[in-house]
Design a protein around this ligand. Sequence first.
Ligand SMILES: Cc1cc2nc3c(=O)[nH]c(=O)nc-3n(C[C@H](O)[C@H](O)[C@H](O)COP(=O)(O)OP(=O)(O)OC[C@H]3O[C@@H](n4cnc5c(N)ncnc54)[C@H](O)[C@@H]3O)c2cc1C
Length: 587
Amino acid sequence: MDFSRRDFLKGAAATAATVAFTGVMSGCTAKTNAETPAPENAAVNTKWYDENYFKKPNPITNIAETIDVDVVVVGAGNGGCISAVSALDLGAKVAWVEQGAGVITFAGEIAALNSKIAMERYGVSYTEEERNKIVNDICRYASYENEQRLVKLWAENSGRTMDWFVDKMAAKNVDMFLETDLYETSTYTTPAVTHTVFKKGEFVEMGPNYMGSQLANPVWEQYADEMGVQKLFKHTAKQLIQDNNGKVTGIVVQRNEDEKYIQINVSKGVILATGGYSGNPEMMSALRYRDKDAIVNNLGGHGHNGDGIKLALWVGAAMDRNHAGGIAFNRAALDLDHHVGEPYSSGLSDIWWAGSQPWLKVNTRGERFMNEDGPYDFQINGGITQPDRYWFQIFDSNYWEDVNAFHTTICGRVVAAKGARNSEVLPGVFPCKNKSEFEGAFLNPGLESGRLIKADSIEDLANQLGIPAVEFARTVERYNELAAKGYDSDFGKTSRNIRPVIKAPFYGIALGNWLLCTFNGIRINTNMQAVTENGDGIEGLYVVGNDSGGFFANSYPQYYGGLAQGRTSCFARLAALHAVTDSIYEA
Ligand SMILES: Cc1cc2nc3c(=O)[nH]c(=O)nc-3n(C[C@H](O)[C@H](O)[C@H](O)COP(=O)(O)OP(=O)(O)OC[C@H]3O[C@@H](n4cnc5c(N)ncnc54)[C@H](O)[C@@H]3O)c2cc1C
């Protein structure tokens, strides 16, 4: 049987989607009094978001069982794994709640500054001045609508938390890689911060490599089991419990199997890490999520229903004020009859991983409209601002030479290089060593899906894509003139990346916005405690990962590869330290 890479990819997608979906569905229950809003909360909207949506439910009273622990961690993803093991490591009695059947295992890169492994094995370190520059650059991506103190906290503490991470993994035969093959453009710098785990002794220099949280998170689960965690997987967090002073003293969770409620009392605190709200379109609307209707793929949304954020809001925590909170790839392939604004899909078959290659981009009028080079969020912002809210990527038969010249890095990498992770990011998608690998991993599956269009002439390409042919031909001609000059006087693209579109056959694909996760969330202080509108910490309540806010706003600083998981890992450990010891510093 001829089993193509594309079939494999589809199969893997289906399996992954089924697992994720089953996990989510097993978390679904019939409406209970937990979901019924209390009548006294009738709404007069005083906030920028829809307060009605976040009405506090009646307290759950029909408790079937009660458990007493020091710390509860909610969520068994990247944040929850680290919080749970950290708290256990510090000697706390921990209950670990997860709606699904096991740890969640996507994401791979983790950004940290000045880890021992970076400094000692790879010779990479940053001075205080460089670190401050990095902090300010990250804040610039957020237009300073974030909390600089949190970014500084990450910059100063991610190294030592990574050291703990590395030591723990090393004891279980898992090693850490630092990406040092980084290419800069004339506009953006890319510091070497991206750490990824791999199986000790099994790293293949030119890949593909099996790396990331699919490897690390089962190891964290093993640690937690060994240290006697009270695991409540297939349980869904429903409500926090507060005392009269507002301190969080516990949580009510629901066992998925029989819908019974269990109250878990805590002596130290509850740590929420439920992964944001990217899977909850209603909540996105309630939070006025910017450009929600331009999302065309939402792989990663399953199970991310915003529960942690809701729980925290119900006990008086404050939400980030920024409405544009998500990481998104410019790699969602569109059917040509799709119209942005229609309900989005969420399959791997919709993904064109080469979408971040800085080839010529045109809008539906056939016009070039921006410098194609830059962080994927910026590319999306530019694209969805255009008529019809999507764009076309255009290239010619020199694609292999082009992608080698572009030398995109981190998760946008499509060409294998020394000093790069070369990991298999998704099944079947990995940085390639030669043209035929590239064709097998990217080009052919794109053509088979019917989304990548191939044509013998520019005019035919325009006709197949449905772009006005005359304008498109003019755009291509102008682009080729700039390429011949080696200088982009129109949009200032880095010279090495203006590559002519001259060699038939020609290719084009319609692309849109692929949401990965949300990142605006509950405001926290530098102890990782949720805060109220006036900035007071809520005792006993910690929020980390995509549920927490303050770190990002508007755009994701993609060139700090793995910053989402980097802040998640770092802050998940600091939250556990503070919950157990009252200090974010190790004794
Ligand atoms: C495909 C993909 C790839 C990514 N790759 C990277 C990367 O390489 N680097 C990077 O920095 N970032 C990456 N990200 C972003 C990534 O989401 C964050 O970095 C990080 O995972 C956030 O961790 P978290 O703990 O907040 O959430 P998650 O890791 O998503 O974990 C949340 C967990 O909470 C559980 N949960 C939800 N609600 C409840 C409830 N009510 N009760 C109990 N459990 C609940 C969920 O089932 C889930 O297991 C990627 C995202 C996606 C979608």
